[in-house]
Design a protein around this ligand. Sequence first.
Ligand SMILES: [Ca+2]
Ligand SMILES: [Ca+2]
Ligand SMILES: [Ca+2]
Ligand SMILES: [Ca+2]
Length: 310
Amino acid sequence: MHTLFIWLLSCKGCGQCWYMPGVSGVSVTDPPPFDTVIEQPPEDTGEEEELPPSSVCDYEEEEPNTATDPQPLVLEHWMCGVFGQAFDFDVFGFEADEGTWLRVWVRGSSLGSAANPRMFVLDDDEEFEIDETDSELSEEIDRTFKLDEDRELVVGLAEQQLAGDNFGPDNFWRMRVSIAKPPVRWDYEEQEPNDDLSEALLIDNGDRVYGNIESGASNDWFAVDVPEAGSEVVITTDSSTFGSPLNTEIEVRNEATGDVTVPTSRTRDRAVDFIAEEAGIYAIRVGSYSEKGSIPFWYVLDVSVNAPAE
Ligand SMILES: [Ca+2]
Ligand SMILES: [Ca+2]
Ligand SMILES: [Ca+2]
Ligand SMILES: [Ca+2]
């Protein structure tokens, strides 16, 4: 299961191969094309923040910044660097406390860079892991997630094509890790184990439940009692649209008939909305549509049952 960390450590030493002094060509110590002005972080006004100017870097990466020798990261500030050559991993270390929400924001092509960043966040036992790239949906990587306990973490960046030739001063990146407000509200947390229907947690109409998909193959089961036939049942999840790495999958099963209802829309956060033909227990399964999961892959499940109009 330690694939990502092994992948990183397998490159132990390869950084030095590419840093031999006196080799002509691109110098990895060339500053990226930004000013290096130190700026105070903006005050939190509670308003939607504007994108920072692309000319400002609070900190510069310092090579080598590998998985075995991560550079200390200062939260709330922009770190700037470049993918200077093949196999350039840019890795930073920091600590975060239980209950903290973190936002990791990586910018590249939206600022004119030629880089295609891959971003990972992990702890040393790989229990807590995110591995993301930019996508068709966004040129940027922007994720918000909660710490389940105090953790020492690394956040690292690499070019998606590690061994290709897409490197150099034009392949710059900017990253900020900041403490975020909880992006959603919830009433209580799921209780593991709930991987099987037999372990489903009974939840009430109107409840909002926080959960996470701890591995890509795991499921969380819930159940709601629909007291009256003809009720409208609306089940939604808040996850990726609020920054979660989770691409949520949900389905709802009528326990009396075995009929399964799945979302009809292809929006990233799922919704199931149907008229219950019978009263009784309806079971809800939450999983990972992309089959990727880990502790930071969170969601909030919202269940509402509306009695039929008289
Ligand atoms: Ca670098
Ligand atoms: Ca590096
Ligand atoms: Ca779970
Ligand atoms: Ca589970």
